[in-house]
Write a protein that binds this ligand. Structure first.
Ligand SMILES: Nc1ncnc2c1ncn2[C@@H]1O[C@H](COP(=O)(O)OP(=O)(O)OP(=O)(O)O)[C@@H](O)[C@H]1O
Ligand SMILES: [Mg+2]
Length: 361
């Protein structure tokens, strides 16, 4: 079965004045029923892109289609989308239930239908017992859930959520992430979510678009982004990565030789880009550290333990190799494991050839 396209973004740019290019030629599709995330650092254009989809911002260039219809000139309230803003504004003078009902009254739905949807909406976000409270009697996280329910019960085809978890503490955030994904499966609405938290993006999404300075750098599934990032920016933004500058000799096929200056040569398993200069990277959990020299077909480097950070479930070990820093995450698989290495120890860091990622600059 082929999934239909919910949103088609085609060559979309947004310019503010002469100097700010907030979104630069974005071109991608979001599928129906997908949990799609826009991820990137502050100011990279996430909110701007969402506002253009919702119709609160005009396009400088390009077109946006929602459910097969060109949205040019269509006002926000006539689009089959609903947006929950970054500031999760709720009306302060209305109770939680009134907040939810308001949008449905504007749409002139019948009284009993409104009551039913408000009740369902409150249950969905587990806020039924708060229906008579006013927003100033709620926590930030609860207010955020009210805003979410208010958008959901309008049953839009597409729900746009701009940083829906920003007001939540780490624990509640994780709970809400699970709830949001469950909720999305229940209601089957297409979700487009903005975040600048890479963990959140990886754990919730079907696909993620990583944006840098208005440019979409890579769109892929969470595991594809993490294990096969295309550029150094994406690799660094999605978690930690030890990188080395590398060179290849003009042969871009898989199996060609790549040289890491000062460290040696290895055979690359993937096809690499045309530029002779590239970056070779390795994720910290793929690196092993030990005292004895490893045997077999691995990439290995000798160095000194520079720093150790105890993180409960794992140890983050920083190894200095000729002035180059290698970061390894070692599972604390037994209770005494974290005492295995001391700062200053001579160690070998090594990893499998298969785990090496070759990146563009
Ligand atoms: N109305 C505006 N006028 C001029 N510049 C704007 C306007 N709105 C946004 N910008 C600029 O456009 C760029 C993108 O802003 P945007 O709000 O889309 O970023 P963001 O990715 O949502 O960031 P954050 O994570 O901080 O919310 C920024 O450089 C911002 O300063
Ligand atoms: Mg924003």
């Amino acid at each position: 079965m082929t999934q239909s396209i919910a949103i088609k973004i085609d060559g979309v740019s947004k310019r503010y004045g002469r100097n700010v290019l907030a979104v630069d030629h974005a071109k991608f599709d979001i599928k129906e029923g997908e949990f799609f995330t826009l991820l990137g650092p502050s100011g990279c254009g996430k909110t701007t892109l969402m506002r253009m989809i919702a119709g609160f911002e005009t396009l400088t260039e390009g077109t946006i289609e929602i459910c097969g219809q060109d949205m040019h000139g269509v006002p926000p309230n006539k689009r089959p989308v609903n947006m929950v803003f970054q500031s999760y504004a709720v009306f302060p003078h209305m109770t939680v239930a009134e907040n939810l009902a308001y949008g449905l009254q504007i749409d002139k739905l019948g009284k009993s239908e409104i009551e039913k949807r408000v009740k369902d909406g409150l249950e969905m976000v587990r806020m039924s017992q708060f229906s008579d409270r006013r927003p100033n009697q709620l926590s930030g996280g609860q207010r955020q859930r009210v805003a979410l329910a208010r958008a959901l019960i309008k049953r839009p085809k597409v729900l746009l959520l701009d940083e829906p978890m920003s007001a939540l503490d780490a624990k509640l955030r994780e709970e809400m992430q699970v709830e949001l994904v469950t909720l999305q499966h229940e209601v089957g609405i297409t979700f487009v979510v903005v975040t600048h938290d890479q963990q959140e993006a990886l754990s919730m999404s079907d696909r993620v678009a990583v944006i840098e300075g208005g440019v979409v750098r890579q769109i892929a599934t969470p595991s594809e982004l993490y294990e096969h990032p295309k550029s150094k920016f994406v690799a660094d933004f999605i978690g930690k990565m030890t990188t080395f500058p590398g060179k290849h000799r003009g042969d871009t096929n898989a199996g060609s030789k790549i040289e890491i200056p000062h460290f040696g040569e290895f055979q690359c398993r993937e096809i690499v880009t045309d530029s002779p200069d590239l970056v070779v990277g390795i994720r910290p959990e793929k690196i092993e550290v030990r005292r004895r020299e490893p045997e077999g077909d691995v990439i290995k480097m000798r160095g000194k333990v520079k720093n150790i950070m105890y993180c409960g479930g794992e140890n983050h070990v920083y190894v200095d190799v000729d002035g180059h820093e290698i970061v390894a995450y070692l599972q604390n698989e037994t209770r005494g494991f974290h005492e295995k290495f001391q700062v200053g120890d001579d160690v070998w860091s090594y990893w499998e050839l298969n785990d090496v990622v070759v990146l563009d600059h």
